[in-house]
Structure formats: structure tokens, C-alpha cells
Design a protein around this ligand. Sequence first.
Ligand code: CU
Length: 148
Amino acid sequence: MSVPKRGHAGGAVSRLIALVAAACFCFPGMLSGQTTPRVIEILADHDSRYKMQGLKEPLITAKAGEEITLRITAIKAKNRNRDGSIHGFTLLRAWDRKPVPGWDFLLKPGTQEFTLKAPSEPGEYVVVCTVICSENHEQMNMKFIVEP
Ligand SMILES: [Cu+2]
């Protein structure tokens, strides 16, 4: 009686599967082409200004459709909304002031994160505050450039 010897081949296959599984587990981004979204830190400050560390004028730059994480820290100016929001963060297309769907946030005191995709249309955008946070509310805005 001869028993078919499939042990070797089976072992090799299962070792390969284990290796691929380990690689997927350890480097999911490498295999799927994904990366962790870039984190962009923004301060929505008590003087009704957006600020970004190291920049004289705050400016967000992203590739069209790039996934980014906004980490926004909000500090109260003078006024808050009835719902407790102290600043807003709404993205408009600079050329026609149309809001970008999904890019409309009310900020509570403290730090909050939003992960989302940059607009797919390259061009100049503007972030505006939507809470009447102080008498300087109107100047609370910042540029957002979407690169092709
Ligand atoms: Cu504001």
C-alpha cells in the first residue's frame, strides 16, 4: 500500500499562506497601497483666528482626493452657540463660495479629529468660521489649496 505523499507540498503552501498573512498583518498599508492619512493640526484660537504651527498665514495644502485627518483644537473667543460650539470650520470653493459637501464642522472646546477626503477638484478653497465667535468673526478664515 502506498500512501500519497502530499505532506511536503501542503507544508510549503501553508507556510506561504502563513507568510502572506503575517505580511498583511504587519504591513497592511504596503500591500493594499493605503497609508495612514496625513494629520494636519489646526488651532481655532481665542482671537478668532485659525493658526498652524510654523506658518505665518495658516494654509492647508492637499492633493485632490487625498485622505487627510484634521486635528483641530478650538479655544473659545467671546461667544458660543447655544449648542456649545465655539467656532466653526466650513470649506467653500473660493471661486463661487459654494460649500464643499461633508466639510462643515462645529467645534466644541478642546481637540477633535476629522478624517475626510480633500475635494476632487483642484483649485483654491477657503475655510470659514460659522459661529459668531467674536467681533472679529468675519476675519476668521484660512486658505486651502487643492493640488492636482
Ligand atoms: Cu470663529
